[in-house]
Design a protein around this ligand. Structure first.
Ligand code: PEP
Ligand code: MG
Length: 325
């Protein structure tokens, strides 16, 4: 089986009935871009830039960030790289930002909220990304967006960063697609408005599950409740996929759910065509999707949508596909 998987690198990511899917990599460290290439990833769907801020006394400079982004973009070229603006706070602590003590850091000053509270630091970050766009297909994605105002504010700061870069005579792409992560239930509910204004949508199911089910993602005692098969999660995901279709916006999923073979097949049936996961998981998911047809996956997904509990949904999907995956 292992040899089959490693040989699968050159096989197309297509379903049994010939539907092409995109399999991208989630990357934290720049060196992982190499692994992503080796696994045949269709680009990087999530670059977790907050890792640049870890284990240092002060935030990395624009120059330091730019060098790292440029290397990642060049390593993946000409495939796209989606740079997520730093997602600091919540479960991701870094010492470079003094965060206020909060009762519920997951519900606190985190991600885009922190970025907008520190426009000086955020602009440096954005300028580094803007400059990297001169070296390949760069897209920028905002984490933990809950309302349209956050998208609009980041768009204004991104425009400012582009102007500043150009004013220095440095190169950058004319248009840098700006997308949002859909990982707060409010954004999944209002997703039609986000689809109208954002260039793309990316489902962050790790947080979406946490916030929709009110289950701390780091809790071991409650992990049994945090199921990606929960019917409430399926409905939110479907809402996002439909909005993407209605407004012709790409929809990707970059939560850990995408690297579970059963969940990936269910997502395919719900309409997902673009998956991003840790690079090491790509061969297994590719093989899983090659073993099922879209027609079957759609039929099973329709049935799964009528189930009332996570257990029932999972049993429905497993009953149809587990023997093959
Ligand atoms: C997610 O929330 O699903 C996600 C992909 O982002 P992170 O795990 O980094 O919060
Ligand atoms: Mg998240």
């Amino acid at each position: 089986h292992a040899r089959e998987l490693s040989e699968g690198r050159d096989r197309a990511a297509v379903t049994a009935d010939g539907v092409r899917v995109q399999l991208r990599a989630n990357v934290e460290l720049p060196a992982e871009a190499v692994l992503a290439r080796e696994q045949g990833a269709d680009g990087i769907g999530l670059y977790r830039t907050e890792f640049l801020y870890i284990d240092r006394a002060s935030p990395p400079t624009e120059e330091q960030q730019f060098e790292i982004f440029r290397k990642v973009v060049q390593a993946m070229g000409p495939k796209p790289v989606t740079l997520r603006t730093f997602d600091i706070g919540g479960d991701k602590f870094v010492s470079t930002f003094p965060l206020p003590p909060e009762m519920n850091p997951m519900l606190g000053l985190r991600a885009v909220r922190l970025a907008l509270s520190r426009p000086d630091v955020f602009l440096e970050h954005l300028r580094a990304m803007v400059r990297a766009s001169a070296f390949g297909d760069v897209r920028i994605m905002i984490p933990m967006v809950a309302g349209l105002n956050e998208l609009r504010q980041v768009r204004a700061l991104l425009a400012q960063a582009q102007e500043e870069v150009r004013a220095r005579g440095q190169a950058c792409a004319d248009e840098i697609p700006l997308g949002v992560m859909i990982e707060v239930p409010a954004a999944a509910v209002l997703v039609d408005h986000f689809a109208r204004e954002a260039a793309f949508l990316s489902l962050g199911t790790n947080d979406l599950i946490q916030y929709a089910l009110a289950v701390d993602r780091t809790s071991r005692s409650l992990a049994y409740l945090a199921s990606p098969f929960d019917p409430s999660i399926l409905r939110l995901i479907l809402n996002v996929i439909r909005a993407g279709r209605d407004f012709s916006r790409p929809v990707c999923i970059c939560g850990a759910m995408a690297s579970d073979p059963l969940a990936a097949v269910l997502l395919l049936g719900l309409g997902m065509r673009d998956f991003s996961m840790e690079a090491a998981a790509i061969p297994e998911i590719k093989e899983a999707l090659r073993r099922v047809s879209l027609a079957e996956a759609e039929q099973v997904a329709a049935e799964a949508l009528s189930r009332a509990t996570a257990e029932e949904v999972e049993a429905c999907v497993a009953g149809a596909f587990a023997p093959r995956l």
